[in-house]
Design a protein around this ligand. Structure first.
Ligand code: NAD
Ligand code: ZN
Length: 341
């Protein structure tokens, strides 16, 4: 078990990596705790939940709406939850984002915590203090910056996670190694198979290394100006691929990481060998590294996405494995590169 601290603007957060769900009660207040979860997590783990009222959401991104947030607030009201209530989200990123959001606005804010049950939630969504819900199909349009009191990451809970969901989390974990953890990158290459076999020891290492990379960046820049942009590595191209190909987020990020690696290689920041190692690792982890979709279509989606900014974007380049730099790059240059690959 390892504890990692995240410094927030208003509150600090404690991330408990490798702690077990059955130890949860020791971290909670004695009364007035209300649990939010989704039906999948509830079906598998509710027997181990502490004995407090539970609100069960329908699983999936389509539930992360303002309507659900209002329904949860109404439920809290019916339960008699006051300003001294404590909200606990047990689930993946969807449940964590929703819990953090509701806790930020219910009675102008009550304390909250997460049990992050998906790999993506453990290495990414539960860390950094962003909460949010979607509006009219726009992701996280309404949200807050607010830190959970603690996040419990029980890696044994990942054994029940569907494989696609595991891979979604792995793509973000690889991203974190490329940003600031060269040693972990090579460890992953060496141990990819054991990771996919859910070796508990390795998973715990991977999760805690990954959290440290994100926590480090967030501590420097909680509300997103410079430093936090680094976390967008692979996401500029990735988001556009996600829109056009309608693939899971992690798969799109994987393709986006390869795009970023290729552009970095063309700019002389990354060697051909390093670029190939990145692709190799992603393939080993069962992630896609390319799409057969016409790059012009993806470029159109990227341009639409960014049209509110100027005609350049802040692109995250890989400056050798384990280091990144953010550079303004004209959209026209990205287009020329994408169409000429
Ligand atoms: P999710 O919460 O929808 O979980 C994915 C699926 O896995 C769901 O069907 C869920 O029921 C199931 N699941 C979760 N844990 C399980 C377990 N232990 N066993 C079996 N099934 C389990 O999605 P996610 O991928 O965890 O998170 C994605 C969400 O996170 C998105 O809404 C995204 O916007 C958000 N996110 C937020 C941040 C942030 O900084 N706040 C960062 C990245 C992503
Ligand atoms: Zn992502």
């Amino acid at each position: 078990m390892e504890t990692i601290f995240v410094k927030g603007l208003f509150r600090n957060s404690r991330i408990l990596v490798g702690e077990h769900l059955n130890q949860l009660s020791g971290y909670l207040p004695e009364a007035n705790v209300f649990i939010i979860t989704d039906a999948n997590v509830h079906r598998i783990y509710s027997a181990d939940f502490p004995d407090y009222p539970v609100y069960v959401m329908h699983p999936g991104e389509q539930s992360k709406t303002t309507d659900s947030a209002v329904a949860i607030c109404q439920w809290l009201m019916e339960q008699g939850a006051g300003r001294d209530a404590f909200l606990l989200g047990i689930g993946g990123g969807m449940v964590c984002d929703m819990t953090g959001f509701v806790a930020s606005v219910y009675m102008r804010g009550i304390p909250f915590a997460y049990v992050a049950t998906s790999l993506l939630a453990q290495v990414d969504a539960s860390i950094g203090g962003k909460t949010g819900v979607n509006l009219d199909g726009y992701k996280n349009l309404i949200g807050t910056f607010n830190q959970p009191l603690f996040v419990l990451c029980d890696t044994t809970m990942l054994t029940s996670l569907p494989e696609t969901e595991l891979r979604n989390g792995l793509a973000e974990a690889v991203k974190h190694t490329l940003i600031a953890d060269k040693r972990m990158f090579f460890k992953l290459i060496e141990k990819a198979e054991a990771i996919l076999d859910l070796n508990e020891n390795l998973l715990e290492k991977l999760v805690s290394h990954s959290i440290k990379v994100k926590a480090d960046i967030v501590c420097k820049d909680e509300v997103e100006q410079g430093e936090r942009r680094k976390l967008n590595l692979g996401h500029t191209w990735g988001h556009a691929v996600e829109k056009i190909d309608r693939v899971p987020h992690g798969q799109a990020v994987s393709i986006g990481l390869v795009f970023a690696a290729a552009l970095s290689e063309q700019k002389g920041l990354l060697s051909m060998a390093e670029k190939e190692q990145i692709e190799k690792l992603l393939v080993m982890l069962g992630l896609p590294v390319s799409t057969s979709t016409d790059p012009a279509l993806i470029m159109d989606a990227l341009t639409r996405d960014k049209k509110k900014e100027a005609d350049f974007i802040h692109f995250v380049l890989i400056d050798g494995i384990g280091k990144v730099r953010v550079e303004p790059i004209p959209l026209s240059e990205i287009k020329t590169f994408a169409l000429g690959r």
